[in-house]
Ligand binder design. Structure first.
Ligand code: RM4
Ligand code: MN
Ligand code: MN
Length: 424
């Protein structure tokens, strides 16, 4: 299903009067308004190919119908999200869930939808039917060299798929670790993993990046071999300047200060990118900004400050991706909410009065420092984000348009109510 330019323009008429009022109200106090809007327009977030179907837990899965049956249909879905928001111009593939059988065709379909290929993701956390050796006891860390070799070769294969699609990065997330004390020699597991990563790293094209994603627990519950940002940073530092640490917001122990982690990784030039989601208890993969919007804002506050200090391009120098699961919502509506939450947090961070904040910090004026941050956080920036969408040719009100155009109903008609997308 495709949303035409006319449909989008028509829909905007309905909301434009209301929008104008709100936009005028907020824009009054912003001195660098055009710069802020431009930054919001430029900021794009990649959608993973595994996020377009219904997610589930180990207790069950309740699909809502019309799920994409193929990579082509997933690209169509992301094309829809992009048409509605002009904020999601890339797709991130998981191999082998989404092997492109004909790279050229897939590439041109993506292009028709205004999309390109973001990071490629390898998968050595599940066994595939045709696979010779099992990953039950790990992959890149495995005590058996033959298993490590198989996992290395898979990653190199993923890089090859990525080259064919014009991707420029590989994300490695490992479930390697141990579930019981004594199961593993930590040092040997680290060494094996490092050596394996080094082999994969040496297969990277010169203009590629490698992202090493960490996670504190699950599926292993005693130790994870890339368990936190310190361990990831050890690997990426030893690997070289094409290797970076990737932060998934749901992969920390409870109450971790993620914004501080982000600030320090940025300072070291080792922050690669993000997997956005939200969580209350663990790796819950909930809609971005649905539980801790203040934390999200504080993270963006560090990102903006840190990237500006290094004269980095906000839109292109780090990899931005959503990594969420949709158990009770329509996946596309959930992704629209996540995209909006990210833009809102970013817009608020752009409004922070940096000069005054530095002053307050230097004067140890704790109260003023807090007031400055919360002043930005409490500003309703939704009209700014909507204006950016409008100027980019998208809808003022993505979810309303999605519902009015009966997108899900049409997808169910086209694809059926019992389809199931690949993923976890
Ligand atoms: C993991 C991690 C990875 C993702 C898989 C599906 O928990 O977040 O990024 O590839 O899930
Ligand atoms: Mn992730
Ligand atoms: Mn995760």
């Amino acid at each position: 299903m495709i949303l035409s330019k006319e449909q989008i323009e028509e829909s905007n008429k309905e909301y434009s009067k209301n929008h104008k009022k709100k936009y005028e109200c907020i824009s009054d106090g912003i001195t660098n308004l055009d710069e802020v809007i431009k930054k919001l327009i430029d900021f794009q977030i990649a959608i993973p190919s595994w996020a377009l179907g219904t997610g589930g837990t180990r207790f069950g899965r309740f699909p809502g119908g019309g799920e994409p049956r193929s990579l082509e249909e997933k690209i169509e879905d992301i094309g829809l999200l992009h048409a509605l928001t002009r904020s999601a111009d890339a797709i991130s593939l998981h191999i082998p869930w989404d092997i492109p059988s004909n790279a050229e065709k897939i590439k041109s379909l993506a292009k028709e939808n205004g999309l390109h290929f973001d990071a490629m993701n390898s998968n050595t956390f599940q066994d595939q039917p045709e696979q010779k050796l099992s990953y039950k006891f790990g992959s890149l860390q495995h005590v058996d060299k033959a298993v490590r070799k198989q996992a290395i070769e898979h990653n190199i294969d993923v890089i090859k798929h990525g080259i064919a699609l014009g991707s420029k990065s590989l994300t490695v997330w490992l479930s390697d670790g141990s579930s019981f004390p004594g199961q593993l020699n930590f040092r040997k597991a680290f060494q094996n993993t490092l050596e394996s990563l080094q082999e994969i790293y040496s297969a990277l094209p010169h203009d590629w990046k490698m992202f090493v994603e960490y996670k504190a627990f699950e599926p292993n519950f005693y130790s994870m071999t890339v368990g936190d940002w310190g361990q990831s940073l050890l690997y990426t530092s030893k690997l070289g300047n094409k290797a970076f640490t990737l932060v998934d917001l749901g992969h920390h122990l409870a109450n971790a200060n993620i914004e501080q982690i982000v600030a320090l990784l940025l300072m070291e030039g080792k922050l690669g990118g993000f997997h956005f989601n939200d969580s209350k208890y663990g790796d819950d993969d909930l809609t971005v900004g649905s539980i801790k919007p203040y934390q999200l804002f504080l993270i963006f506050n560090e990102l903006v400050e840190g990237m500006d200090a290094k004269k980095m391009n906000h839109a292109t120098d780090l990899a931005w991706m959503i990594d969420a699961s949709h158990n009770v919502k329509d996946p596309l509506e959930d992704l629209l909410q996540s995209l909006e939450a990210i833009k809102i947090a970013y817009a608020k961070a752009l409004l922070v009065d940096r000069k005054k904040l530095v002053e307050a910090q230097n004067n140890n004026d704790v109260v003023t420092a807090q007031e400055i941050l919360q002043d930005a956080f409490r500003t309703d920036v939704r009209a700014l984000v909507a204006e950016a969408r409008l100027r980019a040719g998208a809808t003022l009100n993505p979810i309303a348009v999605y519902r009015n155009e009966k997108v899900r109903q049409q997808l169910i008609k086209e694809r059926g109510s019992k389809t199931m997308a690949t993923g976890l």
